[in-house]
Ligand binder design. Structure first.
Ligand code: SF4
Length: 333
């Protein structure tokens, strides 16, 4: 299904989260009107998933929400709408309104469930409130989404693992998907100021990838699908980042870390059977996954490579296609 994304940059957010500047993230500074959304939906030639991201959709005045939602009804039959919103704006009346439209998913910004972290980020509510909001979404029969973050001020890895376990506990087999975003320091945010004063030290790319890799393993164990790791690149994002773990293929690094941790847990010396489709996770980005696996097992990267067997393609066993060889030093080595 095609996607029609609309960014309602920070519209109706109850307060400013210290790390957020949606305009800088998405490059979209103008808020589309309901008429604009309606015209775009009407011009779609096949069913579309209309997405409202970047703001707090259900905190908008009800008539404004309705105007946007009515607009998407002009899209071809079979079209759906997905929206992201704030945990404090999900009353029974709001959920009843959404239930009268073809809503495919309601995503909540659940950057953390740790009250200390939430307070440091100026989120303005407790973890219990966020969990209750997510539960109300799932109870109402919607597919829920949780946008988690890592590397936030005051946040530890264990705190984010607790968050994920709590999400798993409210899920109770119902449809829930998560996204994982590393915290970046963007221009013109309170976090930039905090960082400059020395009150916040951002993660580096390696540390964030390893953290994400561990979260991915836990999500897999809990049976929670992960839709995305890392922010979508945009024309402005790279220019807006002052500090933090920005990498254009961050999601691949995180998946590579997940794979390397998983293989090392299966055996500390191999041989390891790896599906061919996952080969690039070990070989890409200067053998990032392979070097991580070597680091975890204590084997040399060359010996590690020899002990990897790619299922379904014997020609590449033990030979990594990157002609540059195994090089590079990881900052955590
Ligand atoms: S993180 Fe979400 S709730 Fe916070 S200011 Fe940004 S868009 Fe609004």
């Amino acid at each position: 299904m095609m996607r029609l994304p609309f960014f309602l940059s920070m519209q109706s957010c109850p307060r400013r989260c210290i790390y957020c500047h949606q305009g800088e993230i998405t490059g979209v500074f103008d808020i589309p009107s309901p008429e604009h959304v309606e015209a775009a939906a009407a011009s779609a030639t096949r069913p579309a998933e209309v997405c409202f991201f970047g703001g707090s959709f259900t905190c908008l005045p009800p008539n404004r929400q309705k105007a946007y939602l009515d607009g998407i009804l002009k899209a071809p039959r079979g079209s759906t709408v997905r929206l992201s919103t704030h945990p404090e704006c999900l009353s029974p009346a709001v959920l009843a309104l959404l239930a009268s439209y073809p809503v495919s998913m309601i995503e909540l910004g659940i950057s953390s469930l740790d009250d200390h972290v939430l307070s440091m980020c100026n989120r303005g509510y407790s973890g219990a409130v966020a969990l209750s909001a997510l539960e109300s979404v799932l109870d109402a029969g919607f597919h829920g989404g949780a946008q988690m973050m890592i590397g936030l001020p005051g946040q530890s890895e264990e705190s984010s693992f607790d968050d994920l376990r709590r999400l798993g506990a409210v899920r109770k087999g119902r449809p829930l998907t998560i996204r994982i975003y590393p915290c970046l320091v963007l221009k013109n945010t309170p976090l930039e100021e905090l960082c400059r004063k020395g009150g916040y030290v951002p993660l580096d790319v390696d540390r964030a990838a390893l953290w994400s890799g561990r979260l991915l393993i836990l999500a897999r164990e809990l049976g929670i699908p992960v839709q995305r790791v890392g922010l979508q690149e945009s024309a402005t994002l790279g220019r807006s980042i002052v500090a933090g773990p920005h990498h254009p293929a961050f999601g691949e690094l995180a998946r590579a870390a997940e794979l390397a941790f998983s293989l090392a847990a299966v055996s500390s010396s191999g041989p390891w059977q790896v599906p061919r489709k996952a080969m690039s996770l070990l070989t890409g980005h200067r053998q990032y996954g392979l070097r991580l696996l070597a680091c975890r097992t204590g084997l040399s990267p060359e010996e590690t490579a020899r002990r990897v067997v790619f299922a379904g393609n014997t020609e590449t066993n033990g030979k990594f296609p990157d002609e540059r060889g195994i090089d590079g030093t990881l900052s955590w080595e």
